[in-house]
Design a protein around this ligand. Structure first.
Ligand SMILES: [Zn+2]
Length: 77
């Protein structure tokens, strides 16, 4: 095999990472390849983007003083 198959764990790591910082070309490629082969991660990726959008939406609401988030209960694992 030309490309090393990425684990789902690595794939989800890249998904969350790409929301904060741009991925390198190689990271993008590996993620794309994995998503092409893994339906579970494809769904996961969509949810990541949804969550990200929702987060931005709330940030704007808070800035406008139109809403407050229910307290940020930290969940230590
Ligand atoms: Zn996967």
């Amino acid at each position: 095999m030309m490309f090393k198959m990425m684990m789902c764990k690595e794939a989800t790591h890249l998904m969350s990472k790409q929301l904060d910082i741009p991925l390198t070309f190689q990271e993008k490629l590996s993620l794309k390849l994995h998503l092409a082969m893994c339906g579970a991660c494809t769904q996961c990726n969509q949810q990541f983007h949804l969550l990200h959008e929702t987060g931005k939406h709330y940030e704007r609401l808070i800035e406008q003083g139109a809403g407050t988030l229910p307290g940020g209960g930290g969940n230590n694992n």
